[in-house]
Design a protein around this ligand. Structure first.
Ligand code: SF4
Length: 322
């Protein structure tokens, strides 16, 4: 399967203050030189704690925040340079499913209008075609036709997320970015929504970029996983390799917190301490203040992301000793 999305050396930074001397600026690097690819019809999960940069990276891919440098190509087209009509066409190709089904739907719109909205703003289809598409989407996500007339508050949390999924599908996008799509839902409802996303992927050949803070959620949803910490990718591997042979201490700590882990043995210690302020990130390996294996080298030298097994990448000085 060929790559649908290629992200190379993507950096997103925000100016945080002026200081020092005239014209001197300071920046927070929310996304720091990351690269990844997503094959057509597959799911790449980006996992990390709050503040890791995973959502900012996804927003930059979708052109919803400005990238400082790097490139994003969708189907071979350079996304970051796209303008005008091409940008409108790009917006049809990339859609979001948001975290919170309570706040991401307009409470004053009926469900039918919410699902139809991307078609109204981005496509030139006739009213009859739009009606037909919306009917089909309600069926595809497991909602009844008469529910089109209801308002968001008349649905359960899981049903609201189904509306969000139907809305994301309306323009027949090539890439769907799922930003923590089940983290606001009960565990039982989470499973239903994850099953629905997998079924839709199979039925429509969808490609997902799946953002989550929870490795447990992505263990059944992903083909490959990139783990982010303070703006950098620290480990990247296919799902089986990452769950059975995690190499980075941060990934191992995240795995220790996964309940009902079905692959591999839970033999890692949970992560300790808080993620440091991104305004003054630790030197060298950003993870060193929380890593029990940290050495003087870790404090001084940034570890490169290196291939340590076929298609398995890790950024840790311990790899040099292995
Ligand atoms: Fe820990 Fe050092 Fe590896 Fe960073 S480079 S994860 S501090 S051992």
């Amino acid at each position: 399967m060929s790559d649908l999305l290629n992200v190379d050396n993507l950096t997103v930074r925000f100016e945080v203050k002026r200081g020092g001397g005239w014209g001197k600026k300071s920046y927070l690097y929310a996304v720091d030189d990351i690269s990844f690819a997503v094959k057509k019809g597959e799911t790449l999960a980006i996992v990390g704690e709050s503040g890791s940069g995973k959502t900012t990276a996804a927003l930059a891919v979708a052109r919803l925040v400005k990238a400082h440098s790097g490139s994003v190509c969708l189907g071979g087209e350079d996304v970051l340079q796209t303008q005008d009509e091409d940008l409108r066409a790009f917006r049809q190709k990339v859609q979001f499913i948001f975290q919170d089904p309570y706040s991401s739907l307009n409470p004053r719109q009926r469900a039918e209008a919410i699902v139809r909205e991307p078609l109204d703003s981005l496509s030139n289809k006739s009213a009859a075609e739009k009606t037909q598409i919306v009917e089909g989407l309600f069926q595809a996500v497991g909602l009844r036709p008469e529910q089109q007339r209801l308002f968001p508050h008349q649905f359960s949390g899981g049903q609201r997320q189904r509306i969000g999924i139907a809305r994301a599908l309306a323009t027949q996008p090539e890439l769907i970015i799922c930003d923590e799509p089940v983290s606001a839902l009960d565990v039982a409802v989470q499973a239903q929504i994850l099953n629905l996303l997998r079924k839709l992927q199979k039925d429509f050949g969808l490609t997902y970029l799946f953002i989550s803070h929870d490795l447990g959620v992505v263990q059944h949803m992903s083909d490959s996983i990139a783990v982010m910490y303070m703006g950098r990718i620290v480990e990247h591997a296919d799902r089986m390799s990452l769950f059975t042979a995690p190499r980075h201490p941060y990934t191992q700590a995240l795995l220790a917190g996964v309940p009902r882990l079905e692959v591999g043995k839970r033999q890692y210690e949970p992560i300790s301490g808080e993620i440091p302020s991104p305004l003054s990130p630790p030197t060298g390996c950003h993870f060193h203040p929380r890593c029990k294996f940290a050495t003087a080298r870790c404090k001084a030298e940034k570890p490169a992301l290196r291939e340590i097994a076929p298609a398995h990448f890790s950024a840790c000085h311990l790899n040099d000793e292995a």
